[in-house]
Design a protein around this ligand. Sequence first.
Ligand SMILES: [Zn+2]
Ligand SMILES: [Zn+2]
Length: 341
Amino acid sequence: MAKLFHYRAINNAFGDPCILIQLSRLKRALLLDLGDIRRISFSEILKISDIFVTHTHIDHFIGFDQVIRAILRRQEPIRIFGPENIIEAVEGKLRGYTWNLVEDYPLKIETYGIKNNKEMSFAVFSASKGFKKEEKGIIGIKNNIILNDSLFKVKATVLSHGIPVIAYSIQEEYHININKVELEKRGLQIGPWLGELKKLVKTHYKFDPHKILKPKNKNLKLTVDTPRGTIPIEEVFPLLIITKGEKISYVMDVAPKEENIKKLINFLRHSDILFCEAYFLHKDIDRALQRNHLTAKIVGEIARKAKVREVKILHISPKYIENPQEVYKEVERSRQGILHQ
Ligand SMILES: [Zn+2]
Ligand SMILES: [Zn+2]
């Protein structure tokens, strides 16, 4: 069945961590972390609408300039989410260049600094104003949701890595496929109207535990334009096959402390895929504590307790470059609960 998210890790586990998520059939992509992005093509960078930065250590933020270089003449704004200092970090990067020739460009960089689980500060940098910072105040956060899109939700939680670091999850509430047999029976053809239909349904309907679509607003009367005319939206519901949406989680550079681990087990619950660091083997826990990184064993335990379906390890210390298999094995054995050391 067609999926909404198509993701790929840009570098191997010893390169800078970075995940590109392309949204199926839309000219749109999301980026998790902003490390070395040289392997992302120019045309793919142009599609990026939102970037989620865990923290501004250089291996997670060096790609910023390249993104701005590529999208400088773009109409659509770019949104950048990150820890509280992200606005300052973006401002610092932008101040490293001279901007006297961009006042006709429409680009806006919208920047969101997540302060805690309740609020984030918002600032905009517009090309038309020479990318000077415009502070726009504070935005409230409810249920960890930092971006509520009609197609998916992005949640964030603040953890520690010596400095604040953000973990993200991106979730499609439910996924809609079209029943082609039903479609044909009704003499309807595939076309862009189906994309519009899915968007309308996702914007205005909840999928309740009884697997019934319920309108968010009871008085709502919606119609949809089909190739055979405009009809009430409920009439096309038999065409829809609805399944659970996918949950993608991303965790980098987190201190191996009880408080972080507890928060993560909750936050990552039932993720379909977790992209995670496993910077050290557990035999090097002292080093992990010093450097504020998770060990492979701890990652495995978190994944097991949070009932994560698949774990993909991204960020491993160069110390293990000769034998990364040891790290993967430790994660896997710990995840299966067969590691007692
Ligand atoms: Zn790192
Ligand atoms: Zn770091």
